[in-house]
Ligand binder design. Sequence first.
Ligand SMILES: [Zn+2]
Length: 242
Amino acid sequence: MAEQKAKTALVVSAHSADFVWRAGGAIALYARRGYRVLIVCLSYGERGESAKLWKQPGMTMEAVKKARHAEAEQAAAILGGETMFLDAGDYPLRATPELLTLLAGIYQDLQPEFVLSHSLEDPYNFDHPLATHLAQEARIVAQAHGFRGADKIIGAPPVFLFEPHQTEQCNWKPQVLLDITEVWDIKRQAFESMGAQEHLWEYYTRVGLQRGVQAKRNSNRTATKYAEGYQRVFPHVTDHLS
Ligand SMILES: [Zn+2]
């Protein structure tokens, strides 16, 4: 008998820190539940999201990437996730056929139960929707029988879009509120390992609290304090409505 494999989840993050702020709670929650959570960082955010590092005298691209790699690995380890860095470049990130094929192969090897990525729109950041586009297209390629053979195809893992920085401008709506109260301390600890973006620690704590209040208001979960919002791409399939 083959050993029972752990269930898996896939996070597609445009830059190496995006997953921490936006999906850290889901990663910690599912890692705690025994899932293997693979976080694919398409780039390090080396140009666009490393301003504090670039202010240091004599900074180089290699040193920025190295620092961002180390920070993201540390944050993922705190959350209980596993990282994979594709170093595809940022500002601009570009979708090459090779990157798409690589990502589709990751889907087939991992066979994720669900997928997390960015909002479909973001007028402030072109890399974020592009990462989602890649994640979506790779999912479809991985469903194709002719890609690497019929026995490797994936099913239809639901895709959840995590909260962008300025939600209204991105036409993003919180259709799912995930209660992350039990792992909040872990998420906050992961924030604090991201030294290059200290300005975001309090901001995303407020976001967690805000969504927590809304989660409470939309349920009977009286103990909920923190939540993460997600928008769905595909219909929720169920045989019960309560
Ligand atoms: Zn980003």
